[in-house]
Design a protein around this ligand. Structure first.
Ligand SMILES: *Cc1c(COP(=O)(O)O)cnc(C)c1O
Length: 377
C-alpha cells in the first residue's frame, strides 16, 4: 500500500539518548530542558523570535487568539474573524470554540489563499481579526493583508500549519502577522508526534501566552489569569530535536518528489498543478492537483485506490458549507467550493520511491487520456 503520507522517524539510537536523559532528570514536562533547547533551535532554524511551543497546532491557534484578545465580544456581540474556507477544519473550528464567529471570504484561484480584495467588504464593527492560511505552504498576499489590518485596526493571526521553514522574499514567512501558528502533528513536514508553536510579533504577547498555556499560574502563589493546559512535554521535544537534525534532508527529498511529479504532469491537459511562487522557497509539504470536474477527480481517486495507492481530498469540503460552524457568511465562496470539489493531494513522504511516483503518475495519465477520449466520442 502507498499511503498519502508517512511520518518521518529519526534514528532510534539518537532518540533513546534523549530519553535516557529524561529518565535521569525525571523532569517530564513543565518547560523542561529539552523544550527549552527545542525552542532555541527552532528560533534559530526558522529565523524568528518569540516562539512558544505548545501541545498541538489547534491549541496554538486558540492560545494565539486569546493572547491577542480577539475573542472578546464587541458591544455585547460575539467577535468575528475573517478567514478562509479552503483549509483544514481546525482553522475555523478553533475560532468557533473560542466564541469567535468565522466569517468566510473566498480564495484567490491562483494562490488558493484568502483573496485580499474581498476582505474589506466583509469587515463589520465586530471584526477583531483576519485569520488567513498559507495553504499548502503557499504564501498569502501578506503585504496587502497587513495594509487592510492596519486600516481597520484588527489583528492578523496566520495559521501557518503548512508553512514550516518557508521563506518569503528572503525572510521567514512566519514573521508576518501579529502571530503565526505551526502544527507539529506527525503528518506535517516537521513533527513532534503531536505539537505546535506560536510565533509572536511582540514579546508581551508571548509572555501572556506563556501564562495561558499553564493555567494562568504566574508564580507559586499567584494565578493571574484564566488559563488552560497547552504545554509541550519532554518526550515531544526529544522527537522534535531528532527530526530537526534531519529536516533539510526531509525537505529536499520532498522537493525532489514534487519535481518528479511535475515532470509528468506539466503540460498534461486536464491536470492542473499549483504554480510555484518565485518569491518563496517552499517546503515540499503537499502535492495537490486539480482535475476539470469532481466526477473526474472521483474516478482518479478510485483508480488509484484499486492499485492500493491512497490519495486524499485535502481540502474538502469547503468550510463555508459546514453546518457545525454555523457561519455568518452568505454563500458566496464559489472559488473555494469549486476548488475543494476538484482537488486531491497525492502521496508525498520522504521514503516514497521513484517507482511509486511513476506508477501513481501513470495511472493518472491513463485516466486523463480516457477522459479526453470520452469527450471526443
Ligand atoms: C494540521 C493543521 C492544524 C491542526 O494542527 P494539530 O497539530 O493537528 O492540532 C490546523 N490548521 C491547519 C491548516 C492544519 O493543516
Amino acid at each position: 500500500m502507498i499511503p498519502v503520507t508517512k511520518p518521518y522517524l529519526p534514528s532510534r539510537e539518537k532518540l533513546d539518548k534523549y530519553i535516557d536523559g529524561i529518565y535521569e532528570r525525571q523532569w517530564l514536562t513543565n518547560n523542561g530542558p529539552l523544550v527549552q533547547e527545542l525552542t532555541k533551535r527552532l528560533e534559530e532554524y526558522l529565523g524568528v523570535e518569540n516562539l512558544l511551543l505548545v501541545s498541538n497546532g489547534t491549541l496554538a491557534l486558540q492560545i494565539a487568539y486569546r493572547a491577542l484578545g480577539i475573542h472578546e465580544p464587541v458591544n455585547g456581540k460575539p467577535a468575528e474573524a475573517i478567514t478562509t474556507p479552503f483549509t483544514f477544519v481546525a482553522t475555523s473550528s478553533s475560532l468557533k470554540w473560542e466564541g469567535i464567529e468565522p466569517v468566510f471570504v473566498d480564495i484567490n484561484p491562483n494562490t488558493l489563499c484568502l483573496d485580499p480584495e474581498k476582505i474589506q467588504s466583509a469587515m463589520t464593527a465586530n471584526t477583531t481579526a483576519i485569520v488567513p492560511v498559507h495553504v499548502y505552504g503557499n504564501p498569502c498576499n501578506v503585504e496587502r493583508i497587513a495594509e487592510l489590518a492596519d486600516k481597520n485596526g484588527v489583528k492578523v493571526i496566520y495559521d501557518a500549519a503548512h508553512a514550516f521553514g518557508v521563506n518569503y522574499k528572503g525572510e521567514s514567512l512566519l514573521s508576518w502577522g501579529d502571530a503565526a501558528t505551526l502544527s507539529f502533528h506527525a503528518t506535517k513536514v516537521f513533527h513532534t508526534i503531536e505539537g505546535g508553536a506560536i510565533i509572536f510579533k511582540r514579546k508581551e504577547d508571548l509572555e501572556r501566552a506563556k501564562l495561558l498555556t499553564n493555567f494562568g499560574i504566574q508564580s507559586q502563589d499567584v494565578i493571574s489569569c484564566n488559563g488552560i493546559n497547552a504545554k509541550m512535554n519532554e518526550f515531544q521535544a526529544a522527537m522534535g530535536l531528532c527530526v530537526l537534525d534531519d529536516i533539510e534532508l526531509v525537505i529536499s527529498k520532498r522537493k525532489k518528489i514534487i519535481e518528479r511529479y511535475n515532470s509528468v504532469f506539466n503540460g498534461l491537459e486536464g491536470v492542473h498543478t499549483l504554480e510555484s511562487n518565485t518569491d518563496t522557497s517552499g517546503n515540499g509539504a503537499y502535492y495537490p492537483i486539480l482535475f476539470s470536474t469532481e466526477n473526474q477527480l472521483k474516478r482518479v481517486i478510485d483508480a488509484l485506490k484499486a492499485e492500493d495507492i491512497i490519495s486524499r481530498r485535502y481540502f474538502f469540503p469547503s468550510l463555508d458549507t459546514l453546518t457545525s460552524l454555523d457561519s455568518l457568511t452568505d454563500p458566496s465562496c464559489g472559488i473555494s467550493r469549486d476548488t475543494a470539489s476538484r482537488v486531491v493531494c497525492l502521496p508525498l513522504y520522504h521514503k516514497l520511491l521513484d517507482s511509486d511516483i511513476d506508477r501513481t503518475a501513470e495511472i493518472i495519465r491513463r485516466c486523463v487520456n480516457e477522459f479526453h477520449d470520452a469527450e471526443r466520442a
